[in-house]
Design a protein around this ligand. Structure first.
Ligand code: APR
Length: 274
């Protein structure tokens, strides 16, 4: 794995590890890029197949759903079919491992995601979803949660049906939609409060795999910076985030395991010196 990384990047990872090893309050924001190496297209990747004529931004809106509920519902059923067998990649696993280790070495690692997939949960992380959950549904009109009646008892996705028949709410006969925050809709209050508190009180803020284009999530980095935090960004491509202190310009699935290795090595060196 090291062979893929330049000496410059390895030095930057070391610098990030030294910073993280000495701080106790860390806030991490992930975006679609962290799931890219699991085979899930990022939000702004060109759509494929039947959906290549549509932009995600034009379908993920309440207006689009009210205009053509069948089109939007079919798109989400297609996305569910596309991702239901995808698994966490080394970036998700490294984050889960870090969060579990943090509990032991008195670090507080808050993980917040813009993603609607459940790969962080599958990897074993505790995570706050700002933009909802692809695997949950609710009524568009009365908001009542809708349990997919074909969901197997162990909530495995194997029993999920992907047909695109519209479903009516049993309470108000409104249409069932994914429990996802669409453009123009407000974020879940509790989730946003958790994210804001973590960003405002952290010593290091790490953004992983996000284009930092969509607010209010993209504003969390600025909130952290205003409160004195150092910023680390993990993304192979440049973003408009100009306030970053350490940029690790590589794939998260390559950088995250290396970063965790470096942090673990530093912690054990410190232990040996005690
Ligand atoms: N590792 C790290 N970053 C990656 C990787 C990778 N392997 N592959 C791609 N990226 C980066 C891309 O360079 C891009 O900057 O991930 C970012 C993904 O950006 P978007 O597709 O814009 O996704 P995201 O930032 O999560 O979008 C934010 O906008 O449209 C809304 O609700 C939607 O949650 C989404 C939000």
């Amino acid at each position: 794995m090291l062979a893929e990384l330049s000496l410059k990047l390895i030095a930057e990872v070391q610098c990030a590890a030294e910073l993280l090893d000495t701080q106790s309050r860390i806030c991490i924001l992930t975006g679609a890029g962290i799931s890219a190496e699991s085979g899930i297209p990022t939000f702004r990747d060109k759509q494929t197949g039947l959906w290549q004529q549509y932009r995600a931004e034009d379908l993920a809106t309440p207006t689009a759903f009210e205009r053509d509920p069948k089109l939007v519902w079919s798109w989400y059923q297609w996305r569910r079919q596309l991702v239901h067998e995808k698994k966490p990649n080394p970036a998700h696993l490294a984050l889960a491992e870090w969060q579990q280790a943090a509990d032991k070495n008195k670090q507080n690692v808050t993980l917040v995601t813009q993603n609607v997939d459940d790969l962080h949960e599958q990897a074993g992380s505790r995570v706050t979803h700002l933009h909802g959950h692809l695997w949950r549904n609710r009524c568009h009109d009365c908001g009542t949660a809708f349990e997919n009646e074909t969901k197997a008892a162990d909530s495995s996705k194997a029993a999920l049906n992907f047909d695109d028949e519209l479903i009516n709410c049993q309470h108000c006969s409104g249409y069932i939609r994914p429990d996802i925050v669409w453009f123009g809709e407000s974020l879940p209050e509790q989730a946003w409060q958790t994210a804001e508190d973590a960003a405002a009180n952290c010593e290091v803020f790490i953004s992983i795999g996000t284009s930092s284009l969509v607010y209010p999530a993209a504003g969390l980095a600025h909130l952290a910076k205003q409160n004195g935090a150092k910023l680390i960004e993990i993304n192979p491509d440049p973003t408009p985030n100009t306030i970053v202190d350490i940029t690790l310009a590589a794939n998260a699935g390559v950088v995250m395991p290396l970063l965790m290795q470096q942090i673990t090595a530093l912690s054990s060196q410190a232990q040996d010196q005690l």
